[in-house]
Ligand binder design. Structure first.
Ligand code: ADP
Ligand code: ADP
Ligand code: MG
Length: 450
């Protein structure tokens, strides 16, 4: 087993990983930027190293400094969390070159699935349904236009290196294609340093359904059921739940088996997620694989009783999966609300600041993953997500009432947040009935934020 793990991340996910390490008796090293000296992850880890200035390209993305910290302090593994270097194949390879275990898949597997256009091809070769789209990348407006004519409007222009809902544009009419293609490509270049683009048919009013996968190096691949992440703003998730109201046991089996086949096709090891969109007629299509732990992993932990970070560490240490497909039994219902420091009334503009006061709810079936504390100054350099509120209940109704109660108790003073928006959604007819799709927030925003 590992003796000491460096956590190459910050905020709530760094805290989340440190917690499991402590329970496993593994020492922890936190890294932090100059803006994060007072971060909770720094206080909770056994050791902490400053790796650079606030700007993430010079700190949390600074491979050289992170590797120097890990080797100097004698770490035998690195957990990348999500975002930052978690899907960086070069980093995964460099870590292994230093004789340190990267807790995640190999650099080659990250490469294979990280390029979304290439991943589509691999899925097609293995009979996993994908959204109808361009045959590989499109390099020019003309190529994009040809592909769009063939696929049929509306289409979605996407970045092969995309993530976090960036580099993506919908096109409903041929006249809009050129403008949207160029805008998406510019955004992709600035966000990911890569402007390789591809096209997909825009599936109208779909649900986002994803499957959690766990795979060990002995060829065992298991899925842990689905998460419904259809409540999104700007193609980014805001509320997730497990299980989904849209799946029958048969559909769950079929999508789960395809997810397992997809992971096998990639030669996958460790935790990963297969994302699908599901249309109104029950057709599902692969959109991408995330080769890392996911923000919303806690709801899967709540319904399966399995600590996914612990499994990630055990798999990386060379142990076989501690459970089989038959052992995975989904119990009850879980919901997560992502609490962001942002103003929904101003197009979700980030609103960092100082937490003047905070009340963290508790009670049965409640889990709050956060790095906030009273007096904490939220830096402006990073993602606006500041807390994850997770509840579980015996059934969906109980989970919904519990989440409403928890949102009433949750108080964060001094900054703007999306807590009220969550509260409204949890009371909306669409959410309660489960009939919502990915366009829900967009279509109801004026109602929701007044
Ligand atoms: P999920 O919710 O499915 O885990 P997200 O797409 O919301 O994934 O991303 C998780 C976190 O990682 C977010 O904080 C997001 O801003 C960040 N992120 C996602 N993709 C990228 C990327 N390509 N580059 C940098 N950060 C990313
Ligand atoms: P990212 O890497 O940014 O997470 P995804 O490919 O996972 O990008 O897409 C993000 C979101 O955009 C999805 O959750 C879904 O809501 C929407 N989306 C993606 N592809 C399609 C599609 N072909 N049709 C309709 N919606 C889509
Ligand atoms: Mg995605």
């Amino acid at each position: 087993m590992f003796r000491k793990i460096l956590i190459a991340n910050r905020g709530e996910i760094a805290v989340r990983i440190i917690r499991t390490c402590k329970e496993l008796g593994i020492e922890t090293v936190a890294i932090y930027s100059q803006a994060d000296k007072a971060g909770l992850h720094v206080k909770l880890a056994d050791e902490a190293v400053c790796v650079g200035p606030a700007k993430s390209t010079e700190s949390y993305l600074n491979m050289k400094n992170i590797l120097a910290a890990a080797t100097t302090l004698g770490c035998d593994a690195i957990h990348p969390g999500f975002g930052f270097l978690s899907e960086n194949a070069t980093f995964a390879r460099l870590v292994e070159t230093c004789g340190i275990k990267f807790i995640g898949p190999s650099g080659d597997v990250i490469d294979k699935m990280g390029n979304k256009s290439a991943a589509r091809k691999l899925m097609m070769d293995h009979d996993v349904p994908v959204v109808p789209g361009s045959d590989g990348s499109v390099h020019t407006v003309e190529e994009a236009r040809e592909a769009a004519e063939r696929i049929g409007y509306p289409v979605l222009i996407k970045a092969s290196a995309g993530g976090g809902g960036r580099g993506m544009r919908r096109v409903y009419e041929p006249e809009e294609l050129e403008k949207e293609f160029l805008a998406a490509r510019t955004e992709a270049k600035s966000c990911f340093g890569d402007d390789d683009m591809y096209l997909e048919k825009l599936i109208l009013c779909p649900k986002h359904i994803e499957f959690q996968i766990m795979a060990d190096r002995f060829g065992n691949v298991v899925h842990l059921g689905e998460r419904d992440c259809s409540i999104q703003r700007r193609n980014q998730k805001m509320i997730e739940e497990a299980p989904s109201t849209a799946l029958t046991p048969e559909l769950r089996d079929q999508m789960g088996q395809d997810a397992v086949r997809a992971a096998r096709a990639a030669g996958y090891e460790n935790a990963g997620t297969i994302e699908y969109v599901l249309d109104k007629d029950g057709n599902y299509y692969f959109i991408e694989m995330n080769t890392r732990i996911q923000v919303e992993h806690p709801i899967t932990e709540m319904v399966t009783g399995i600590d996914l970070i612990k499994e990630q560490i055990l798999i990386a240490a060379g142990k076989p999966l501690s459970f089989s497909q038959e052992d995975v039994v989904l119990r009850g219902h879980s919901i997560e609300c992502r609490i962001n420091a942002e103003n929904p009334k101003e197009n979700f503009r980030p609103c960092p600041g100082t937490v003047k006061g905070i009340n963290i709810p508790g009670g049965m079936g409640v889990r709050i993953d956060t790095a906030l504390y009273q007096g904490y100054q939220i830096p402006s350099s990073y993602d606006s997500m500041i807390a994850k509120v997770i509840v579980s209940g015996n059934n969906r109704e109980e989970a919904i009432s519990r989440m409403r109660r928890v949102l009433e108790e949750l108080i964060i003073q001094g900054i703007e947040t999306n807590i009220d928006l969550h509260y409204w959604i949890l009371h909306s007819e669409e959410f309660v009935s489960g009939t919502f799709d990915t366009s829900f927030i967009e279509n109801n925003l004026d109602k929701l934020v007044t």
